[in-house]
Design a binder for this molecule. Structure first.
Ligand SMILES: *Cc1c(COP(=O)(O)O)cnc(C)c1O
Length: 485
């Protein structure tokens, strides 16, 4: 498997289309554009037939791993199967061909979709209002923290600290730092949940908010969440939920009811949409009543009058933190998430979470004999194992086992995160995998545990069946091999 670059496949004069002659008379280009803006020579584009172009990209996609090819059990990143109907709706010309500067009157369908999506997300998380602007989870965090900051400013408080739990996703402290806060880490307890005593010690009058993930990144539900919310609120602080992975909560429980004041969603995880490789994403933010005035503008508003229902973009929110993005958000992701939610309905959403939780616990039961389990079960939508045993006994690290999984046709789970678990393997099967797929994934991982004991060299040299073998990840992302530029 060695695919040439598309430029090397190019042959002079080949075309990817065939059209009969045009009956529109040609006009000299310089009559359309001034001469100084015209190229002096043709752009160096590959010349290739349609069938060769299609085959080239199909071959490339076969060399890669993707969720249409096999299970992708990334903990905390929720790589679920993406229903193709999402792409059908997104590519409807009324959506795909919209221009962001089009007047609102001519984009009523798109505005209605945005309005209804924010209403559905509001209901799902039990919040007072939702903005769809942020373009990723981390961007949602930054938005949420800026809302918290603006709230404190509005009541004349100058709190400077944000508390973050030590199992948090790295984006939490990064977003808090970007918003100008000092970050204080709160420890977890032996059960893997927030240590309430440590929280009480650190919760002083300078704390603007506590950021929590629930269920946390180990897949455990914060059982004391109502008590934690009370402690935080009694201190005059706000409670932020990292809701990037809401796969355990849909239709079952709501962050707003637990006492969270702000929550971000990752549409590109919980609500399908292909993701990874940097995009596209969407990280809407839901807020409680007292933060509504600060939401980014423009706000999509619904109007009812004698002429019926219409939607508009309103900029008339003087206390708003402003814009978080050019235009209105990653619209394509919004259409996909809207489709996914409407397709499932309220009942279907509840089943998503039930199945995600059952799948995670079933898979854990198949694996726990061969790997260390650092925190007690049961889990919610994901779980975290440790490869300590394999490392200590056989010198095989979690990284090696993750690479070996590729030889068995599975993508690796998330590894070495969260930081509090050594040799971590964080696995999230999602609701979209069948029992047969879970069985064969467990089979593969259990076999790798056996190989680590009987033939460690095999695991250490994995992957052996992929187009490229073991890469130096650090170097690979720093010294890109970019030819043809
Ligand atoms: C993915 C994730 C984020 C960040 O989301 P991005 O869209 O990658 O910026 C934050 N928190 C958790 C728990 C996540 O899983």
């Amino acid at each position: 498997m060695n695919e040439k670059l598309i430029f090397d496949l190019s042959r002079s004069g080949r075309k990817g289309y065939s059209l009969s002659g045009s009956d529109i008379p040609e006009v000299p280009l310089e009559s359309i554009l001034p001469l100084e803006h015209l190229r002096s020579e043709q752009a160096p584009l590959p010349e290739i037939s349609e069938s060769e172009v299609v085959r080239h990209f199909v071959r490339l996609s076969n060399m890669n791993f993707h969720v249409d090819k096999g299970m992708y059990p990334l903990g905390s990143c929720t790589m679920k199967y993406n229903p193709k109907i999402n792409d059908y709706t997104f590519t409807l010309p009324g959506f795909a061909a919209l221009h962001p500067l089009q007047p609102a009157e001519s984009a009523q369908g798109a505005l209605r979709l945005m309005y209804e999506l924010s209403e559905m997300l509001r209901e799902i998380a039990g919040m007072a209002a939702v903005t769809l602007q942020p373009a990723a989870g981390a961007h949602g965090e930054l938005t949420g923290i800026l809302l918290i900051k603006k709230y404190h400013e509005s009541i004349g408080s100058k709190r400077k600290k944000l508390l973050v739990v030590d199992s948090a996703h790295g984006t939490n402290p990064a977003s808090a730092a970007l918003a100008g806060y000092e970050i204080i880490s709160v420890s977890g307890n032996a059960e893997g949940r927030t240590d309430i005593e440590d929280l009480a010690r650190k919760l002083d009058s300078d704390v603007a908010a506590l950021m929590l993930t629930n269920p946390n990144t180990i897949g455990l539900f914060e059982k004391e969440i109502v008590r934690i919310a009370k402690m935080v609120h009694d201190n005059g602080s706000l409670l932020y939920m990292d809701g990037a992975n809401m796969n355990a909560l849909l239709g079952i429980s709501r962050p707003g009811d637990m006492g969270f004041d702000v929550v971000h969603y990752n549409l590109h995880k919980t609500f399908s949409t292909p993701h990874g490789g940097g995009g596209p994403g969407s990280g809407p933010v839901g807020v409680c009543e007292k933060l509504v005035p600060f939401l980014p503008v423009p706000v999509v508003e619904k109007q009812e009058d004698s002429e019926g229902t219409s939607y508009r973009l309103s900029y008339d929110h003087p206390d708003s933190i402003g814009r978080m993005i050019n235009f209105y958000g990653n619209f394509g992701v919004l259409v996909r998430a809207y489709t996914y939610i409407r397709m499932l309905g309220a009942e279907g959403l509840g089943r998503v979470s039930e199945n995600a939780i059952i799948n995670a616990n079933y898979l854990l039961s198949l694996l726990e004999a061969n790997f260390d389990l650092p925190y007690p079960k049961p889990v919610m939508h994901e779980f975290c194992l440790s490869g300590d045993r394999q490392k200590k006994k056989h010198g095989v690290r979690t990284l090696d086992m993750a690479k070996r999984l590729l030889d068995y046709g599975f993508h690796a789970p998330t590894i070495y995160f969260p930081l509090i678990v050594s040799e971590a393997l964080m696995i999230e099967p999602t609701e979209t995998e069948s029992k047969e797929t879970l069985d064969s994934f467990a089979d593969a991982l259990n076999r790798i545990a056996e190989e680590a004991a009987t033939d460690p060299e095999l695991v250490l040299s994995a992957p052996v069946t992929t187009p490229v073998k073991r890469l130096d990840e650090a170097q690979a992302s720093r010294q890109l091999n970019i030819c043809c530029l």
